[in-house]
Ligand binder design. Structure first.
Ligand code: CDM
Ligand code: ATP
Length: 283
């Protein structure tokens, strides 16, 4: 079976306090965006060896194409394979072949890897009739990363605590246009968090988002900008260029380095961004 794991942007991101477990509580609206990887999972052909139930055959044959995945290249460390093995611990899953075609920039504030993990859980659930509810799939996803659970339902959510607990929000950007600009700058999530000082917001993000999008500039804020823009002035420059290009609202997404602009008409990838990785579509 095939799946197209999408990515997300963060609309506002308030880091409110540091938790006892070393993570941070946050308030953020997660919004899905249609830039996707491609994930295929098929049952592995039975070999004589694996047909013998006493042989712990290699359960996952994992291959990738497209963007190289940095960090630990061992397939066993890929979030898709880790998702399979987490479910294998609780369900009778057969050996599978997985292929991941990587398109979404990695470590870019877009949750691409997290989306792949969630897509694996959803695919295995359907393909092998595991019968898991949405809540059960979200719980498995939470074990794989703070961004993963969002991608199980993959719809706009108001995210609280680690970013993995959801409240409904009426946030509809349909008909507008989004331009994502990835400046090919790798910023680790841990590095981004290390540079921020959490604080309780004067006005909770949910209240700020009740205003029309034309009023979000200057109020709906991603707190990571405070720590990353001084270190990487290019990010502030791109955000300003998005406004110069006519964006209704522009911001850093997640822990970066992707910036995005939301427009009332197709932005048509204006010149300042031609040297970067860009993606645009109607929402
Ligand atoms: C920045 C965001 O992308 C916003 O959507 C997420 O908070 C990050 O989610 P993620 O990449 O899935 O992060 P994880 O893989 O769970 O954690 C990576 C590291 O980020 C930090 N981290 C992550 C989430 C969170 N709420 N507080 C944190 O302090 C921790 O140092 C953690 O060790
Ligand atoms: N399927 C995958 N896709 C991307 N990264 C993966 C994947 N599986 C494991 N990883 C590892 O996770 C790291 C990226 O995870 P990370 O969560 O930082 O990025 P992301 O989910 O793509 O975006 P974000 O910056 O929003 O978190 C990479 O350095 C890579 O080593």
């Amino acid at each position: 079976m095939l799946s197209f794991p999408s990515c997300k942007i963060n609309i506002g991101l308030q880091l409110t306090d540091r938790r006892a477990d070393g993570f941070h509580n946050l308030l953020s609206a997660f919004y899905p965006v249609g830039w996707t990887d491609v994930l295929e999972i098929i049952p592995a052909p039975l070999t004589e060896q694996s047909a013998d139930e006493n042989v712990d055959s290699d359960l996952v044959t994992f291959t990738t194409s497209g963007l190289p995945i940095p960090g630990d290249p061992a397939p066993a460390r890929n979030l898709c394979v880790r998702a399979y093995h987490r479910l294998k611990a609780d369900f009778d899953l057969p050996p599978v072949q997985m292929h991941l075609h990587k398109v979404v920039p990695i470590g870019a504030g877009l949750g691409g890897g997290s989306a792949d993990a969630a897509a694996t859980i959803n695919l295995l659930n359907v393909q092998f009739g595991l019968g898991m509810t949405v809540a059960q799939r979200e719980d498995y996803a939470r074990e794989l990363g703070s961004d993963c659970a969002f991608f199980i339902q993959n719809k706009p959510q108001y995210c609280i605590e680690k970013g993995d607990i959801f409240e409904p929000i009426d946030l509809d950007l349909k008909g507008l246009y989004i331009l994502l600009v990835y400046p090919n700058l790798a910023i680790s999530t841990a590095e981004a968090y290390a540079g921020v000082t959490p604080r309780q917001p004067i006005t909770p993000l949910r209240t700020l988002l009740e205003a029309p999008i034309e009023q979000w500039r200057g109020t709906v804020h991603n707190d990571f900008e405070d720590s990353l823009f001084p270190k990487y002035p290019l990010l502030a420059e791109i955000k300003a260029q998005l406004y110069d290009a006519g964006a209704l609202y522009a911001s850093l997404s997640g822990s970066g380095s992707t910036l995005y602009g939301i427009f009332s008409a197709p932005p048509n990838s204006p010149p300042p961004f031609s040297r970067y990785t860009v993606w645009e579509s109607k929402l």
